[in-house]
Design a protein around this ligand. Structure first.
Ligand code: SF4
Length: 400
């Protein structure tokens, strides 16, 4: 019913590192050629944890956007926008909040997890508890059908689906809908009507997605139904009359694990990252001084690439022949660690050169970037406004 659409976003963290590049941006560039994509700077999300450090947000937003464009995100293919410039996100968050049980928010796995991890901050705030709901609104306001995520984000998409389902259930009904749907069911014929009723109960009571698919297939096959009855029965099956909000699918992205210079998770705040646009001399220095397998004290000591933080970088950046050279050279101590690092340095410099060149265009002319983003915000806002028109109507707020 609604077109395929992808929504993805990032909190503004300033200049991006190669972990962001390989973990998300490479995938965005691939997806923008396949689907209409909406890429969002989640600046309001930054406030949910950094509400007391607002000075850096603006600068971080523009720096991050330059890296998106430098990575190959194409404003002619994708819509690039800033969340806070599309106030419909806030309106939908507020309206969805009216019917969101508190328990749903409290049981989102990342909630307690993050509070523990960021224990130096007071995150017992309304904003932080509500961030999964704002994330749901970010997705639903574009009726996005797909959201690229890593494993840890899947519960958030499931939460979004529950929110959409509840909304459609509460607000997507018409007067006398049930009676009309039951009448339409009779037109399916005895056996089919019975099966329809069974799969509907299985889906609505147990959330059985297989039953939902079975019900949809059954309706698609039923020749005897009018368009109106068919739509009614699709809605009755899913628990709503009209699909106002679309339940998105999580699209798992297999992002390569890219550790930092010290082998821990790559993060700018840990000081162990390589920027997407690192100065060549600095990039070379960083790799050359990376720690290696501690067993390799002398050149003649054999090592094990699996115990060395340089190896995962090789796996991403160098070819199969180099991998074999590293594996046998390291284990037999026939190559030194600086020899081993050189092809990696060369590959990184080669990857980063065109990225630096593309970024320079926006650094030289900041207006260009501002215009691209302003256009993206306008486009995003139009789509969000369409959704909000239906949402307001469904919630009885379109009165005059
Ligand atoms: S030779 Fe390469 S893989 Fe082996 S310890 Fe040195 S840097 Fe690491």
């Amino acid at each position: 019913m609604y077109p395929e659409r992808v929504l993805s976003g990032m909190r503004p963290t300033g200049a991006m590192h190669i972990g962001h590049y390989h973990g998300a941006l490479v995938n965005w560039v691939r997806m923008q050629a396949e689907y209409p994509c909406f890429f969002m700077v989640a600046d309001w999300h930054a406030l949910t944890t950094s509400y007391d450090e607002v000075a850096v947000i603006g600068e971080s937003v523009w720096e991050m956007l330059i890296d998106w464009l430098a990575a190959g995100v194409d404003p002619n293919q994708a819509t690039i926008f800033i969340q806070s410039r599309v106030p419909e996100h806030a309106e939908l968050t507020l309206l969805l909040g009216m019917a969101t049980p508190l328990g749903w928010l409290e049981r989102v796995p990342t909630y307690k997890d993050q509070i523990e991890k960021l224990s130096h901050k007071d995150l017992l705030t309304y904003g932080f508890l509500g961030y999964p709901l704002m994330q749901a609104a970010d997705i639903l306001v574009y009726r996005a059908s797909m959201v690229p995520v890593g494993e840890d984000q899947v519960p958030h998409i499931e939460f979004t689906r529950e929110i959409a389902r509840r909304f459609n259930y509460l607000y997507g009904r018409e007067a006398g809908f049930e009676e009309k749907a039951r009448e339409a069911m009779k037109k399916l014929g005895g056996k089919r009507a019975k099966l329809y009723d069974e799969v509907r109960t299985r889906f609505q009571q147990n959330g059985d997605e297989g039953a939902l698919e079975q019900g949809r297939a059954l309706l698609a096959d039923a020749q005897s139904l009018s368009m109106g009855d068919r739509e009614r029965l699709f809605g009755y099956l899913e628990g709503s009359r009209k699909l106002i909000l679309v339940e998105p699918q999580a699209r798992l992205t297999a992002a390569p694990r890219l550790p930092g210079l010290d082998g821990a998770k790559m993060s700018k705040s840990y000081g162990n990252s390589i920027a997407m646009r690192e100065e060549p001399a600095e990039l070379t220095r960083k790799i050359r001084t990376m720690p290696t397998d501690p067993a390799r004290v002398r050149l003649t000591d054999p090592g094990d690439p699996e115990l060395c933080p340089v190896w995962p970088l090789h796996r991403i950046y160098t070819d199969e022949a180099t991998h074999q050279w590293v594996q046998s050279g390291c284990r037999s101590a026939s190559i030194g660690c600086l020899d081993c690092k050189q092809p990696l340095i060369d590959a990184l410099l080669k990857e980063q050169q065109p990225i630096r060149e593309r970024a320079q265009v926006y650094l030289d002319d900041p207006t260009l970037l501002r215009n691209i983003v302003a256009d993206g915000c306008d486009k995003a806002r139009k789509v969000a406004q369409d959704t909000m028109r239906d949402v307001r109507e469904a919630m009885g707020l379109d009165y005059s």
